[in-house]
Design a protein around this ligand. Structure first.
Ligand code: BTN
Length: 255
């Protein structure tokens, strides 16, 4: 059982998580926050103890044991600058990394676009989805799946999974972790507005694949090249023998 009081005591935000919705079960917190008009407050956080249809990137499924991890979504619906969406996406994984480092002193790496890795294993993933009216973005939902206290993983995963418990060798407080994460994320959202370059640099410093020979599976295509950089919009720049290409989505791995 998630202790809302314990979470709230350490929450130090102006708007993120100030409207906090806790449910036992939902199909997907992302889907729910995107579709329902019941929650309108900017920064609303919906945390579910169980998702029956948790969604991952690229139409994958997100699997997470009930009541052991954090599966939640954040609603943003005020002053969204469409050109900053990708940086918001990167900032979200950066906030997860900073929070794990601050609380447990574990070494965290980031993998483009927004996987959070400890010892090369995935401990968190982020799925950002949005809905628009005309050319205006109405709602952005940032869904975060963070493996916290899950003791083991069965099934088939794209990247080997892990949890903080497995890496830190202790059960940790989900409440403290969530408040830390939202505190860091709100600061990073301000930085995205005023100093996006700083956010990008902090993100890049944790991405060990920059400069390496990589393979990217992007839709039906597989591309090879050098991961040259992340551009100012958060896209991956792939350098091949003849050209430089901007990659908007895909799965990156070392070649
Ligand atoms: C990934 O593929 O790495 C992204 C996973 C995102 C999972 C989270 S769990 C909470 C939120 N609700 C969903 O249905 N998905 C996201």
């Amino acid at each position: 059982m998630f202790n809302i009081e314990e979470f709230d005591i350490k929450l130090d935000t102006d708007y993120l998580g100030r409207n906090f919705v806790y449910v036992e079960e939902v199909d997907s917190t992302n889907k729910f926050l995107l579709q329902t008009k019941e929650y309108q407050e900017n920064g609303t956080v919906l945390l579910a103890e169980n998702q029956t249809d948790g969604r991952g990137r690229l139409n994958r499924t997100w699997l997470s044991n009930k009541e052991q991890n954090l599966t939640f979504s954040i609603l943003l619906n005020e002053g969204i600058n469409p050109s900053l969406i990708n940086i918001i996406n990167l900032a979200s994984s950066l906030a997860v990394a900073q929070s794990i480092e601050n609380l447990y002193q574990l070494h965290v790496e980031l993998k483009w676009p927004n996987d959070v890795l400890i010892n090369k294993k995935k401990t968190a993933g982020i799925l950002l989805e949005s809905s628009s009216k005309g050319n205006k973005i109405e709602r952005v939902v940032i869904g975060i799946g963070l493996n916290v206290n899950q003791p083991n993983f069965t099934g088939k995963y794209n990247i080997p999974p892990t949890s903080i418990r497995l890496e830190f060798k202790k059960v940790v407080s989900r409440e403290r972790l969530l408040s830390e994460l939202l505190n860091n994320l709100e600061e990073l959202f301000t930085a995205v507005e005023h100093a996006p370059d700083k956010v990008l640099n902090d993100w890049k410093n944790r991405c060990k694949l920059i400069g390496e020979k990589i393979k990217i599976i992007s839709g039906e295509e597989t591309k090879f090249g050098i991961f040259e950089d992340i551009d100012e919009n958060g896209f991956l720049i792939l350098k091949t023998q003849s050209t430089k290409e901007k990659i908007h989505f895909g799965d990156v791995s070392l070649r």
